[in-house]
Design a protein around this ligand. Structure first.
Ligand code: HSE
Length: 313
């Protein structure tokens, strides 16, 4: 008998990893979003409720990434069926933690699970990319790691363009979000349309070094490469409150380097011990508070697995 309800969790993600704009991303062990879907007599997807970080999230299913991805999967596997969808937002919006991607991935995985998981994990990618493209642009550097876990290189938006990379053991991350919304569209609008050849050469070298460091399991080298972005961060720095000072605070707490997570304003500090990640997260939250900004932070790690089905009954 078909289950009545399915719930899936999808993790936050850090896109870009510094120089790898739109091509690199990793899944975080926490936080994340949850989606529960249930059968309904009305065809298609009905949005039942949004809880948690739900402020200003569109209730229109056509603008909500969990619903868009769920509809896409439903059309593929049970086009006549109907479901209701409940979204529990563990991630703040416009924070640089892949909030829209986590909702999309959790929606796609939950619907697939409700119908017995006929699609493989990677076969859910098109639904997630489609949903992400409605709110944040057509790029897979958040949805691919949210779906698959670990560190991921995306050279396009189709399944054959997704490449899992090794995550070095011993890498700890301090992830801190000041209470400032930076919509991805705005953070993309400030980027240069062209870059000088010298910048292109430098950026290419940093991405190659970063991939080499992942395979070598060299966290110090990884941090050096991640900190080597000379194109995206300078263009976005004015959107990130107190960026220079925050990076200094993180360095003084033992962080090896600090990057903007995705389109920001979340900062992600790379650390080689759990203790320095905890110290960095605490120091950054305190720093933002001194500056009059509420902030949330935590020490976390790379999640080796991406989204998961957490309940089917
Ligand atoms: N690569 C994207 C960006 C991630 O930096 O704009 C945010 O969705």
């Amino acid at each position: 008998m078909s289950p009545f309800s399915a719930t899936a969790y999808a993790p936050a993600t850090v896109a870009n990893l510094g120089p790898g704009f739109d091509v690199l991303g990793l899944a975080l062990a926490s936080p994340g979003d949850r989606v529960t879907v249930e059968h309904s007599s009305s065809p298609g997807v009905t949005l039942k409720a949004i809880t948690g970080h739900s402020d200003s999230l569109p209730l229109d299913p056509a603008r909500n990434t969990a619903c868009i991805a769920a509809s896409y999967v439903l059309r593929q596997i049970a086009p006549e069926a109907g479901i209701t969808l409940t979204l529990e937002k563990g991630l703040p919006l416009a924070s640089g933690l892949g909030s829209s991607a986590a909702s999309a991935v959790a929606g796609a995985v939950a619907v697939n699970a409700l119908f017995g998981s006929p699609l493989s994990r990677i076969e859910l990618l098109p639904a997630c990319v489609e949903a992400e493209s409605v709110v944040s642009g057509r790029h897979a550097d958040n949805v691919a790691p949210a779906l698959l876990g670990g560190v991921v290189l995306v050279t396009g938006t189709t399944a054959d363009a997704v490449h899992r990379l090794p995550a070095p053991p011993g890498l700890y991350l301090a992830v801190v979000t000041p209470a400032v919304a930076v919509p991805t569209a705005q953070a993309r609008a400030v980027l240069p349309a062209t870059v000088p050849l010298t910048a292109m050469v430098h950026q290419t070298a940093q991405v190659a070094l970063l991939v080499h460091a992942l395979y070598a399991g060299d966290i110090a080298l990884l941090a050096r490469a991640a900190g080597g972005d000379r194109v995206i961060e300078p263009a976005r720095a004015h959107l990130m409150p107190y960026l220079t000072e925050a990076k200094q605070v993180a360095a003084e707490s033992g962080a090896l380097t600090t990057i903007i997570s995705g389109a920001g304003p979340t900062l992600c500090a790379f650390c080689d011990t759990q203790r320095s990640a905890e110290k960095t997260a605490t120091a950054l939250v305190a720093f933002y508070q001194q500056m009059g900004l509420a902030a949330q932070g935590q020490a976390t790690t790379v999640a080796p697995d991406g989204a998961r089905v957490i309940d089917v009954h």
